[in-house]
Design a protein around this ligand. Structure first.
Ligand code: ADP
Ligand code: ZN
Ligand code: ZN
Length: 801
């Protein structure tokens, strides 16, 4: 294959290229020769290279360079090294700093480098979405060809001499071109102006060398950040409280250097105001930019609007401001346009979800991670990175300040703050004008005794819902479980049959058909179907127990059941349900929220979707149907999650001038996580939970990595798990890390069967990140432990099912 190898052309050096391909491609890149005369092969450049035996062209990023003298590297023969095929235009070049960050992510999270780049670069950018190619016609030869000089007669003469037949159409085209400047005229527009149907006459003029027809690439995709509506309400700059001012001053003074600052502020304490003032200071005092990460679900026009309203005029006063927005709700073309604005330096502030931590900003001075405790910052597929931790690494590499904000910080961050590794700033009070809501607990066990029949809504909550409705105010009702009933079973406990998923270790959940909640009455089983929430398998409801023939019964709770009950208890109230079943189309979420904000909904019922970052002054009441839904999950973070969810949703109440009310229902209100959340005692909860974790040797005291093996065949799954355990244990021994690292497993996962696959796991715990990395790297190098279709390596896992 001529041209693939460089032996016919001298190499100008060698490039290491991370190829975006499946997991089977080499870990940290492949070596290619740079043909002499090929310009632009720099670290961060996007190139095309031949891949595999078939030499199929593939895209990748240059991650390292070597000179000719250095040679291609160990074990490679210069003559056998394939050559780079081409360099992509400048448009996709990444800052060298991002290349370093990607390398760190690949190493730390045990993921092939090429796959990290697949995450770094949004799909729309890769495909060039929104790149409109247009044809432009220009005068050739310094814009002459007869323009401006002399008469039309002389020009036509010259054209005839050049062998061109000057038709009426050619004349019309020339006339239409008369006003054209250096930039030329778009072909379609030119033909319209000349009244000519086909491009033929223009092509003939081009052949005669009078004009040129060029293809130009144009990136257009406006982004309406829907800021105006919110801007009016938020563009004022409130006077900072003493706590806010102290945080702004002290973090502000630390801006020019790396440092992590944890901002713990109760909900409604004005954390966003602190971020805004820090960014304003950064923009005013430096040339640097800021990245603001928020959880995807909180990326509403409301959040974005606050940043655009305040910082829109920052930078160079462009129409849409100095703020770029990056999240999955944008069209690929919009994402591409936003990404390019950042890359070109047009936007000095980026607000985005998880992957915005890889925004192609060149000089980052500040990174904010809002709601840093959110588990959605962890990506659940390759690369399994945690955006908060990547943000900290990026801050360290860039010498930037990192601000982590939350009302309920992760125990990891709290632990670091308490041990002095992070700065700690607290906003213990709500901003002036916002009242602290009154929080009450309803013990559902007692409630069951007092009330006949099964009610998901207690009398106390029902009363407050009515009062709120009568006052013309709004309520939020949380139940973190979809569907109508969480399981279906035989009513005879001696029989014990339960309807389980055929493919998973999970119960089938009953859903009402088409949101029809009207026919749920008395003993009749309503119409609907059952679905597995893990593999989404769907089946008909078993009307009768297949073992003993008794009529099946629905147990447990779900948002649909609450919706039914709300309809019965609050006739006439405008109730809207928000969960993954009702929010199916893009824009659904925003549509419901803006209707809620406009006061068109009285009760907004939903899963954790409604707990995040919403700020609506009309909300008087927050009801938690069951604070217990997560507490018994087989995950060491179950208590932490429960505490966070209850605290976060409670914080949505009383954001207007009137004091709010929060009613928390629970079957076990004495559980520490629930009792402390109700009392608003974060510090107390954290202290107790940290002590429990210390005793059990769990994060944040130790670091964890988890390897999950899956296979349709149980024996094969177990063989792999055993081999993985061997690999990890030998790595611990090889690294002489027995004192600092321990392995658990192989053992069945909490969900031992998922979508027809058996699952086993091996868990590695180490005293520090360095040891964890040494052991993992050793296992990867020595025993080829890699993530593949059967193996998922998860470093610092947040989900343990
Ligand atoms: P958090 O993010 O801590 O929950 P927010 O930043 O959303 O709190 O602030 C809550 C509300 O208080 C916002 O509407 C904000 O504009 C307003 N606010 C912030 N700081 C002040 C202040 N110092 N004085 C008055 N209002 C403020
Ligand atoms: Zn299933
Ligand atoms: Zn039965």
């Amino acid at each position: 294959m001529a041209g693939l190898f460089v032996d016919d052309r001298p190499a100008a050096g060698y490039a290491r290229v991370a190829v975006e391909q499946g997991v089977d491609v080499a870990g940290d890149g492949l070596t290619y020769a740079v043909p002499a005369g090929m310009a632009g092969v720099v670290v961060g450049a996007r190139v095309a290279v031949p891949l595999g035996r078939g030499n199929k062209p593939a895209s990748g990023y240059v991650v390292g360079l070597r000179s000719v003298e250095d040679g291609p590297g160990e074990g490679l023969e210069p003559a056998r090294v394939k050559a780079v095929l081409s360099v992509d235009g400048d448009g996709l070049t990444l800052p060298a700093e991002l290349i370093e960050l990607a390398k760190w992510v690949a190493g730390y999270y045990a993921c092939p480098l090429g796959m990290v780049f697949a995450s770094v670069l949004p799909g729309g950018v890769k495909r060039g979405a929104g790149l409109a190619k247009k044809k432009v016609v220009r005068w050739k030869g310094g814009g002459e060809g007869g323009r401006g000089e002399g008469s039309e007669g002389r020009r036509e003469e010259a054209l005839r001499e050049a062998g061109l037949r000057v038709t009426k159409q050619v004349r019309a085209v020339l006339a239409a071109m008369t006003g054209a400047n250096e930039d030329g005229v778009e072909l379609g527009a030119l033909l319209t102006a000349a009244g000519v149907r086909s491009a033929g006459p223009v092509e003939r003029l081009a052949e005669a060398g009078v004009v040129s027809i060029e293809t130009r690439v144009d990136l257009r995709a406006g982004l309406d950040v829907a800021a105006e509506r919110v801007a009016a309400r938020l563009s004022d700059r409130p006077t900072p409280s003493a706590d806010q001012a102290a945080a702004v001053a002290r973090i502000g003074d630390a801006l020019g250097a790396f440092g992590v600052h944890l901002l713990r502020g109760v909900t409604g304490s004005g954390k966003t105001e602190v971020y805004l003032r820090l960014i304003e200071r950064l923009l005013a005092e430096t040339e640097q930019g800021a990245i603001v990460l928020v959880p995807e679900i909180a990326l509403t026009p409301q959040t974005v609007g606050r940043f655009v309203a305040r910082l829109g005029q920052a930078g160079e006063g462009r129409a849409s401001g100095g703020v770029a927005v990056l999240h999955s709700g944008l069209t690929p073309a919009q994402r591409h346009a936003q990404w390019q604005r950042v890359r070109r330096g047009d936007a000095r502030v980026v607000v985005g979800a998880r992957s915005a931590v890889f925004a192609p900003m060149r000089d980052v001075g500040l990174i904010v991670v809002d709601e840093e405790h959110e588990s959605s910052y962890k990506q659940d597929q390759l690369p399994r990175y945690h955006a908060r931790d990547v943000a900290i690494k990026r801050g360290q590499m860039a010498g930037a300040a990192v601000v982590l904000g939350s009302a309920t910080p992760s125990l990891e961050s709290w632990h670091h703050a308490k041990s002095g590794r992070y700065g700690l700033f607290e906003l213990p009070r709500r901003v002036p004008g916002l009242n602290v809501p009154r929080v009450e607990v309803v013990d559902l066990v007692e409630e069951r005794r007092a009330q006949r029949g099964i009610h998901l809504i207690s009398q106390r909550l029902e009363h407050e819902l009515r009062t709120t409705l009568d006052k013309g105010k709004q309520s939020l009702v949380l139940l973190n479980r979809r569907g109508f009933a969480s399981w279906v079973a035989c009513p005879d406990h001696r029989c014990g049959w339960q309807m389980a998923c055929e493919r998973c270790d999970a119960m089938m959940v009953f859903h009402l058909r088409g949101g029809d909640a009207s026919n749920e009455n008395g003993r009749d089983v309503p119409r609907g179907y059952v679905r597995c929430h893990h593999c989404e398998a769907q089946r008909m409801l078993e009307q009768h127990c297949p073992v003993c023939g008794k009529r099946t019964t629905l147990f447990g709770l779900g948002t649909q059941r609450v919706e039914t009950e709300l309809a019965q208890k609050l006739p006439g109230a405008r109730v809207e349900r928000m969960d993954r079943d009702t929010m199916t189309r893009p824009g659904d979420y925003e549509r419901v929220l803006s209707r809620f904000e406009a006061g068109e909904i009285d009760v907004l019922l939903g899963t954790q979707m409604i707990a995040k970052g919403l700020d609506f002054p009309g909300v008087r009441l927050v009801g938690v149907i069951s604070a217990d839904t997560a507490i018994h999950l087989p995950d060491f973070r179950a208590a932490e999650r429960t505490f966070q969810l209850v605290s976060q949703v409670a914080g949505r109440a009383g954001r207007g001038s009137e004091p709010g009310v929060v009613i928390v229902q629970s079957f076990d209100p004495t559980v520490d996580a629930i009792a402390r959340a109700v009392a608003g005692d974060y510090a107390g909860f954290a202290e107790a939970e940290l002590a429990t974790r210390a005793e059990a040797g769990l994060p944040p005291w130790r670091r964890m990595a988890r390897v999950v093996l899956r296979d349709r065949d149980q024996a094969a799954c177990h063989r792999r798990a055993a081999a993985t355990a061997d690999a990890v244990q030998s790595a611990i021994d090889r690294e002489a890390a027995q004192q600092r690292a321990t392995m658990r497993g192989p053992m069945a996962c909490a969900m031992a069967r998922l979508a027809d696959h058996h699952r086993e796991q091996v868990v590695l715990l180490a005293d520090d990140a360095g040891t964890l990395q040494r052991v993992l790297t050793s296992a990867r190098n020595h025993d080829r432990l890699v993530s593949d279709a059967h193996t998922a390596i998860d470093v610092d896992p947040v989900a343990l099912l």
